[in-house]
Ligand binder design. Structure first.
Ligand code: ADP
Ligand code: MG
Length: 706
């Protein structure tokens, strides 16, 4: 054993107390309503936080702590800072009534001076501080009309002859109706009763190697740290565990496909005919990435590769080269896009390149007519179709493929890991190529795509026009509308993005529908305006996006539904309302919708936001178009948890780990996971069985990969 924090207490040691108190054991899976003091109403409030069982409660970590272990002198108190003083009063508190309000006051003293403690409308407050007894008084110094006070502090009596030890109090992220006090008390009860059942599923040799505390110790000390040192030890273990579980899950998925060495071993083919069809040559980066792909496809192992690159960086062109290779090796290629519009766009560009080469590309989408669909399905089945482009329809049961060798998913972040798996199961372990235009910082990519190898396209093809970006406040609106009007006169089109669908009293954000209405009172009244938003039926939405891309709509008012890959080269203005409500990465994505043609393009960010973060974001947007730079900054500015919809990626959000500041622990966790998978891929060894079981449970709970 390597330390005291390694050894769990036994059930006997701990539960004696619990049994004595309540007469029954509580188990980790018991609902928290079995805790004394938790009635139906409180139960509901806990449920709102996602807490239903004792275990859920223990896994709900504090967001912060209040260190009450160090007392200060009254003379050292600082305004608005939570502090502890050790003081006594000389007389009983007095209550006065002012306009119906009971104000109770008492003066307390220590060696450095004195201060008044005040309670409002608390009739029993009189007896909280009694004369000539030492108390620890925990609260904030408030200065009101020049008078120093502490209002409604926590007060603890210090027993005679004892030193003040204090405690470190957890502060939980709570919602309305639950107080810290109730929450802490519930935690305490549940911890006392269930601590002994907390099992450690991290294998011992990993814990030894990375010096990780036991789970029991860690859970206890994350909630009720005895010291800040213990807290740090506990936190390290839990951060490691969180990263480790995530990595294990991703690596296990990867290893399942890695392990199968399949028939999809492809030869490198002569690319001249393909390149002959392009109107440009590949950039160095494109060549490099294509070579990485080719190497994977010919390795005999299944490729799982993510190609990351800004909008317009030439990912699709690279994917085409990969598709050509697969087709020439006698395989079918499937390409899945997030929307019908995008699928149709891909079809067009693929046909332009592949038709002259005698390669047959077909489209399969949910919106197709039955007859058309039947024909396409037949072609897919008999192998007449070499390349199949489509939407989710591609992964339905009714679709039978002749011989899939390569699966390309565009804009992966709109698909769950699960769909990717289904599609891949339809073939004989085809190679998988995922493309994303979301520039993900390396840090985050490790977490999100631990199951994929990563290629990065970090420079744009030559000859791109810069997009001019402006950040203005709402007083510029008329001018902006005039500008848009002029662009439309020139034959161009514009996007206007609003964050909300319907007017919401609470959030004063422009809503798509209301906004569109208002446009009719402006200089743009005679323009062809349509709106789309995520709550629309997708058929309807696709119809509108289609007419916009055909040029029969001038202005598209939209929520961020158009964020993903719509390609309308004729659109030259991107106006974003309430820009402060979007993350940088999202603004960058939106901006990428313009500047796709030969005309100069403009991105106008409208915000009245005055916060430092908003100012910083606007500054970044104006100063760079480098997606990676932007997303790094976003991660810094926004902090963990919020980073452009980690949830969107189908992965659980992090509860305790901070992917920015805990990067080194992430690396260790990843090393540990890689090593473990290498040694015991299926987690069958005795010492890893608990972990395997927990991992299965983890996957179920977080709803990934099943
Ligand atoms: P992405 O899929 O990354 O958004 P695409 O592959 O669709 O990018 O490329 C965007 C545009 O740039 C397309 O019109 C494509 O034909 C063009 N393009 C791609 N690669 C090059 C290149 N090396 N040189 C010039 N234009 C290119
Ligand atoms: Mg694209």
């Amino acid at each position: 054993m390597f330390s005291h924090w390694d050894t769990p207490k036994t059930a006997g040691q701990i539960s004696a107390l619990a049994v004595f108190n309540w007469g029954v054991y509580m188990r980790l899976e018991d609902p928290i309503s079995t805790v004394k003091g938790i009635g139906a109403e409180r139960e509901k409030r806990f449920k709102k936080l996602g807490i239903e069982t004792a275990e859920d409660l223990l896994n709900y970590y504090p967001r912060d702590y209040e260190d009450r272990t160090k007392a200060v002198l009254i003379s050292e108190l600082k305004e608005d800072e939570n502090s502890v003083i050790l003081a006594a009063s000389k007389e009983t508190a007095k209550t006065a009534y002012v306009r119906g309000m009971a104000i109770t006051q008492v003066r307390v003293y220590d060696a450095s001076g004195s201060i008044t403690v005040v309670w409002y409308n608390q009739p029993y407050a009189k007896n909280i501080i009694k004369p000539d007894i030492m108390y620890a008084i925990i609260g904030k110094l408030t200065v009101k009309n020049g008078r120093k006070q502490i209002i409604s502090p926590d007060v603890e009596k210090i027993p005679d002859d004892e030193e003040w030890k204090g405690s470190i109090e957890p502060i939980y992220p709570l919602s309305a109706g639950l107080s810290q006090k109730v929450f802490r008390k519930t935690i305490k009860t549940v911890l006392d009763e269930t601590e002994a059942y907390i099992k450690d599923y991290l294998p011992m040799d990993i814990r030894k190697k990375y010096k990780l505390a036991g789970r029991q110790f860690s859970i206890k000390n994350i909630h009720e740290p005895e010291s800040m040192e213990n807290y740090a030890i506990a936190r390290k273990r839990l951060v490691f565990e969180e990263f480790f579980m995530l990595q294990m899950m991703l690596l296990r998925m990867k290893s399942v496909s890695d392990g199968k060495i399949t028939g999809a071993k492809m030869k490198k083919v002569d690319m001249k005919p393909f390149f002959g069809q392009l109107t440009f040559s590949f950039t160095d980066v494109q060549n490099k990435v294509f070579n990485e792909i080719r190497k994977d496809m010919s390795s005999g192992k299944v490729m799982n590769r993510l190609v990351q690159g800004d909008v317009g960086s030439g990912k699709t062109a690279v994917a085409m080269a990969a598709a050509y290779t697969a087709v020439k090796n006698g395989f079918q290629v499937v390409m899945m896009a997030p929307t019908e519009v995008l699928a149709a766009q891909h079809l067009e560009s693929f046909k332009a390149v592949f038709e002259p080469l005698g390669i047959n590309t077909v489209l399969l989408t949910g919106g197709q007519k039955a007859k058309e669909k039947r024909e396409v399905l037949e072609k897919i089945k008999n192998g007449e179709a070499d390349i199949v482009i489509g939407t989710h329809a591609l992964i339905q049961d009714s679709v039978e493929y002749k011989k899939i060798g390569l699966v390309i998913t565009d804009e992966q972040h709109r698909f769950g890991v699960r769909q990717r798996q289904i599609l891949s199961d339809k073939g004989d372990n085809p190679h998988i190529l995922v493309m994303t235009a979301t520039p993900i910082p390396r840090t985050l990519a490790l977490i999100l795509y631990g199951d994929l190898d990563i290629s990065i396209i970090d420079s744009l093809p030559p000859g791109r026009k810069e997009i001019s970006t402006y950040a203005v406040n709402t007083s510029y609106r008329t001018r902006i509308y005039n500008f848009i009007n002029k662009e439309i006169e020139k034959g161009r089109q514009a996007y206007i993005i609003c964050p909300m669908v319907e007017e919401n009293e609470k959030i004063e954000a422009e809503s798509v529908m209301e906004y569109t209405d208002k446009l009719y009172d402006t200089v743009l009244a005679d323009r062809r305006i349509k709106y789309v938003h995520g709550k629309m039926k997708s058929v309807e939405k696709d119809e509108i996006l289609k007419s916009f891309s055909e040029g029969s709509i001038d202005i598209l008012v939209s929520t961020t539904v158009i964020e993903v890959g719509i390609n309308v080269p004729n659109a030259t203005v991107m106006l974003v309302e309430n820009a402060e409500r979007f993350g940088l990465a999202q603004l960058h994505q939106l901006r990428g919708r313009v500047g796709r043609g030969s005309e100069s393009s403009y991105c106008i960010l409208v915000t009245d936001g005055k916060s430092e973060v908003t100012k910083e974001r606007m500054k970044v947007m104006k100063s760079t178009t480098d997606g990676f730079k932007i997303s790094e900054t976003d991660l810094k500015l926004r902090g963990p948890g919020e980073f452009f919809g980690v949830r969107q990626h189908g992965l659980p959000s992090l509860k305790i780990a901070n992917m920015y500041t805990d990067l080194s622990i992430l690396r260790y966790a990843q090393d540990a996971a890689v090593e473990l998978i290498k040694n015991d891929r299926l987690l069958e060894k005795e010492e890893n069985i608990d972990l395997g079981r927990e991992l299965d449970r983890y996957v179920t709970i977080s709803n990934i990969g099943i």
